[in-house]
Ligand binder design. Structure first.
Ligand SMILES: *[C@@H]1O[C@H](CO)[C@@H](O)[C@H](O)[C@H]1NC(C)=O
Ligand SMILES: *[C@@H]1O[C@H](CO)[C@@H](O)[C@H](O)[C@H]1NC(C)=O
Ligand SMILES: *[C@@H]1O[C@H](CO)[C@@H](O)[C@H](O)[C@H]1NC(C)=O
Ligand SMILES: *[C@@H]1O[C@H](CO)[C@@H](O)[C@H](O)[C@H]1NC(C)=O
Ligand SMILES: *[C@@H]1O[C@H](CO)[C@@H](O)[C@H](O)[C@H]1NC(C)=O
Ligand SMILES: *[C@@H]1O[C@H](CO)[C@@H](O)[C@H](O)[C@H]1NC(C)=O
Ligand SMILES: *[C@@H]1O[C@H](CO)[C@@H](O)[C@H](O)[C@H]1NC(C)=O
Ligand SMILES: *[C@@H]1O[C@H](CO)[C@@H](O)[C@H](O)[C@H]1NC(C)=O
Ligand SMILES: *[C@@H]1O[C@H](CO)[C@@H](O)[C@H](O)[C@H]1NC(C)=O
Ligand SMILES: *[C@@H]1O[C@H](CO)[C@@H](O)[C@H](O)[C@H]1NC(C)=O
Ligand SMILES: *[C@@H]1O[C@H](CO)[C@@H](O)[C@H](O)[C@H]1NC(C)=O
Length: 852
């Protein structure tokens, strides 16, 4: 970045008198010096700075002069890095007082007042300092424009530009409050590209409590980087690891300020950009770009305050908000529907006087809001702990300085808000939350108790493990036979895949060859086969378009899916996608036989299933179509195998995203086949796991994290599978959460009966008594395991298959399902989610019509 000094020093080294000098070098040297001679770094009363000139600092790093931003006609005095290609001003003297429609002049008056005037000598801006006797203005090597007495080169500055930062903090510049001079240095964003005047976004040091770096919009705080902990701001990851930096945070009676310095070869800035984002960037000479190394707000947890008091926020979790251990949601119903703004309350009251309270250590946190805390730097960590215990209102404590094992004492006496959890311990710091003894888990106390306890525990644990191993060994022997059966089940899936070579020769023209080329049919052929898409041939209306029955010339029956025209894909992508999906072949997936792409038409042609879809058998019970338990179990296993293939074994790793009874078709022997797989890919691109702004799916089958946050993964399919299993067992439809009548929520119902141990009441009456109680109980438990609220708790499909075929007594107990309703209060999905600025847009229309 310091190209010129670098060049200069190199040339100077080479121009050793003993070596001959190359003419080119002499020329370059001449250019360098002529520039250096032309550019000056001072303004005196007799020598002002005109529109066509710039001041350049002595080392050439910085330049100062008039500039006209963007499309505006106003001119401003700005400061920029002279030696790099990006000349965007980092400091503006007269951001509010431009010179309009005219060229300007920067001058200094005889008494030291810096003035910016227009052609007519009308003053647009002045620095306001008028008591300097022999004044000179100078651009220092730091980039600071200062006014001082020329006779005292080391004297104090009468005025300096660094006291009035614009939107950018550069090395050596301070932000914060100076109580002696009354300066309050903030970083305020430009209004627009062509207007440097201050906008509503600014970053400041909030000096209340333990001072914190904060970002505001108007009078509202939108982000809090937390207090300075000796190494970094509590909420900013890894600041100390930057190469070539040192940081300074001063907090005393005279000033509270923050600044940083870098070695000369590192160029960095901290700025608030025009969208109100605070970002630190580093100049990368090779790419000639500012590289943003950190910015905020970055994730959902950064927007104040996402989770309410006594809750923690972790952007990698779903839901992001969680109560601190020992706390429970204050409004459970709102909480269930991801409105965590009310926060959490204690399970057990603190026992102040008896002194039995303890502390829970939360590692890797951004400290809770410190704007209303007390800080005592003289205390050690142990003293801090004692102080908190002896203060009845104390809710938490933390070290004010994390260096050398922690010192200083921050005491919270109010609600703990805006507590963020980091996943890596490079970030964040320990936070000690006070809890009643009853709420303290073993885990938090172990750390505090002496090591003796750990040894005793290890010995006890070892002993227990030994006993367990013996018992386990016995059980294992007895179960061995069953296990092998379960493993065989899974093996069949792999077997299936390797067997996909090819199939039924009676598919005639459609299953041409084993090279898996997918035939393309003419629109006319398809139209003819379906009698011009006549209503009489319509089988149903799926989420992605209507489905028709058709018959080809050779008599083969087909199902024709005419896709609605909302696909985001272009023609080529669509073709590729369809080809890929055609290669997915599994006994439990409906086979894609051909496609038809003509003009706007996108049509997929599937094998025809003479039996209808599963929902018909489950929910529209007619006397002659009762599914017995054996069939139902076979269907559950089949769906599980199909889903496992999609998730793990196929080359595409597909997440279905709309698994439901009407998407499971049955063949002649009631073998289930999943349909509409790959649709999510066709319609939404091929993100494997991720976050989508457009939620496709069906209420009742959608997992909470997908419906509420738009986060989908294999575990969202597992949730849908769980719902399906429970529907198959009960023969009742899960209405989801959109209906007001609480008793229609199947998950809730199953969960309640299961808790009471009477879940066999759930079994579809039409099955009579022809079922294995053991298998049914096992399936109910697996179903409940699949619909647990937290995705991480739900099993993967591979485990689900093993669970279904193993012994249900060995299964873990499920936790409460997602979307269970407490007190029968229906939710208001819309209102609770619309509060969140990242809530996905709902696209239910497609699937809600599908009321078969
Ligand atoms: C800048 O412009 C002024 C008149 O506006 C002129 O007198 C002066 O010579 C110019 N300086 C340079 C370096 O071009
Ligand atoms: C700038 O000046 C030009 C011509 O003098 C004028 O057309 C234009 O509207 C002005 N722009 C602004 C933003 O005032
Ligand atoms: C500057 O120019 C614009 C458009 O040309 C005009 O509207 C405005 O009044 C001018 N301002 C001054 C101070 O002359
Ligand atoms: C300068 O003064 C003249 C005459 O008073 C006026 O016409 C012109 O608009 C002024 N220029 C500016 C930039 O104010
Ligand atoms: C100039 O005035 C300021 C107050 O406006 C004062 O703080 C400062 O000491 C004065 N400097 C000198 C050299 O008198
Ligand atoms: C110092 O200041 C005095 C008057 O205040 C002035 O006469 C003198 O020239 C100055 N010296 C320098 C080196 O500027
Ligand atoms: C500093 O200025 C900001 C923005 O105007 C304001 O919110 C803050 O309260 C000020 N701080 C002090 C200590 O005056
Ligand atoms: C950073 O390092 C420099 C040089 O080692 C030192 O002068 C300075 O005081 C340190 N601290 C700050 C905040 O610049
Ligand atoms: C501000 O920074 C954020 C994050 O780097 C970026 O997404 C946004 O586009 C920037 N805004 C502007 C106006 O440059
Ligand atoms: C504290 O001790 C008193 C008497 O020793 C007892 O009545 C009270 O229940 C105790 N409080 C708690 C929270 O344990
Ligand atoms: C801050 O603390 C004081 C007493 O310490 C209390 O009266 C006040 O309500 C608190 N403010 C907030 C916003 O919690």
């Amino acid at each position: 970045m310091n190209a010129k000094p670098g060049l200069f020093s190199e040339l100077a080294n080479r121009s050793n008198p003993s070596t001959g000098m190359h003419p080119l070098l002499i020329m370059l040297l001449f250019i360098y010096f002529s520039q250096a001679i032309n550019a000056r770094d001072t303004i005196t009363p007799s020598h002002p700075l005109t529109d066509n000139e710039t001041l350049v600092s002595a080392d050439g790093r910085f330049a100062l002069g008039f500039f006209t931003p963007g499309s505006s006609n106003n001119s401003y005095i700005g400061l920029w890095y002279n030696a790099i290609t990006d000349k965007t001003p980092i400091w503006v003297a007269n951001r509010k007082d431009p010179v309009k429609n005219s060229t300007g002049v920067l001058s200094i008056s005889g008494n030291g007042n810096l003035l910016i005037t227009d052609q007519n000598s009308t003053v647009a801006w002045s620095s306001g300092v008028t008591n300097v006797t022999n004044p000179v203005a100078q651009l220092l090597n730091s980039g600071n424009l200062v006014v001082r007495d020329a006779n005292f080169s080391d004297g104090e500055f009468a005025w300096q530009g660094f006291d009035y930062p614009t939107d950018t903090l550069i090395a050596g510049m301070k932000m914060g409050v100076d109580f002696v001079t009354g300066l309050n240095r903030t970083l305020t964003a430009w209004t627009s590209e062509s207007d440097p005047s201050p906008s509503q976004y600014y970053a400041l040091l909030d000096i209340h409590g333990d001072p914190q770096l904060a970002l505001c919009s108007g009078s509202k705080m939108v982000y809090r980087a937390g207090p300075w902990n000796g190494l970094r701001y509590s909420g900013i990851p890894g600041t100390v690891t930057y190469y070539g930096f040192n940081f300074s945070f001063i907090n005393n009676k005279k000033e509270i300020s923050y600044s940083f310095n870098t070695i000369p070869s590192v160029l960095s800035k901290l700025a608030v950009n025009q969208s109100g984002v605070l970002q630190r960037s580093l100049w990368v000479q090779d790419s000639e770009l500012w590289n943003i190394i950190w910015y905020a707000p970055m994730d959902q947890c950064d927007y104040m305050p996402p989770c309410g008091p006594f809750a923690t926020c972790n952007p990698n979790n779903s839901p992001i908000c969680d109560c601190i251990q020992g706390f429970k949601p204050k409004s459970p119903n709102k909480w269930m529907y991801r409105d965590a703004t009310d926060g959490c309350v204690r399970k057990t009251r603190l026992d102040c006087n008896n002194g039995t309270d303890g502390f829970l250590v939360l590692p890797n946190t951004k400290l809770a809001d410190t704007s209303n805390v007390t800080v005592d730097m003289s205390l050690s960590m142990d003293e801090c702990r004692v102080k908190c215990l002896s203060t009845c209102s104390c809710t938490a404590y933390a070290p004010a300085d994390v260096r050398n094992g922690g010192s200083g004492c921050i005491i919270w006496t109010h609600e703990l808000t805006d507590l963020k959890m980091f996943t890596s311990d490079v970030y964040g710091q320990e936070f000690y939350v006070r809890l009643a003894a009853a709420d303290l888990g073993q885990s938090s106390t172990i750390a505090r108790k002496s090591k003796k306890w750990i040894y005793i525990l290890v010995i006890i644990l070892g002993f227990m493990l030994l006993i367990l191993a013996c018992v386990g060994g016995l059980i294992w022997r007895r179960r061995k036979r069953r296990r092998t059966r379960a493993v065989e089940e899974v093996n069949t899936i792999f077997h299936d895949r390797s067997n996909q070579g090819f199939v039924s020769g009676n598919d005639l023209e459609l299953s041409q060859g084993s090279d898996l080329e997918l035939p393309l049919l003419d629109l006319s052929t398809v139209a003819f086969a379906t009698d011009n898409f006549s209503d009489a041939n319509k089988l149903g209306e799926g989420g992605f378009g209507p489905v028709f029955k058709g018959k080809l010339g050779n008599g083969q029956e087909i199902a024709v899916k005419r896709l609605s025209k909302t696909s985001v894909q272009g023609l080529v992508e669509f073709k590729n996608e369809v080809l890929l999906i055609a290669k997915l072949q599994h006994r439990n997936l409906v086979r894609l036989l051909a496609s038809c792409i003509e003009g706007e038409e996108r049509i997929l042609i599937y094998e025809y299933m003479p039996n209808k879809s599963l929902d018909y058998f489950l929910f529209e019970k007619s006397e002659d179509q009762v599914l017995d338990w054996q069939t139902r179990f076979k269907i559950i296993m089949g769906i599980a195998r199909g889903l496992l293939y999609l998730h793990q074994d196929s080359r595409l790793r597909i997440i279905h995203r709309d698994l439901k009874a009407s998407n499971v078709l049955l063949d002649e022997v009631m073998n289930p086949k999943i349909s509409d797989f790959g649709m999510a890919r066709i319609f939404c691109g091929d993100e494997a796991v991720g976050n989508t702004m457009k939620v496709v799916g069906t209420f009742g089958y959608m997992s909470p994290e997908y419906a509420m946050d738009g986060i989908f993964s294999q575990k969202s399919d597992v949730f849908s599978f769980g719902v399906l299993v429970l529907e198959i067992i009960t023969g009742k439809k899960n209405r989801g959460v959109y209906l007001a009548a609480p008793h229609t929520n199947l998950l809730d119902h199953v969960w309640n009966l299961w808790k009471e141990g009477i879940s066999l009441q759930l079994v579809d009456e039409s099955m009579g008594c022809s079922y294995s109680m053991n298998e049914v109980m096992g399936c109910i438990k697996v179903g409940l395991l699949c619909v647990q609220n937290h995705p991480a708790d739900r099993p993967f499909m591979s485990s689900v298959l093993l669970m279904l075929s193993g012994d249900h007594a060995l299964l873990p107990n499920p936790k409460e399902p997602g979307f269970a309703m407490r007190d029968g209060v229906p939710c208001q999905t819309e209102s609770s989610s619309s509060k969140r600025n990242s809530s996905p847009s709902y696209d239910m229309s497609a699937t809600l019509i599908e009321g078969r």
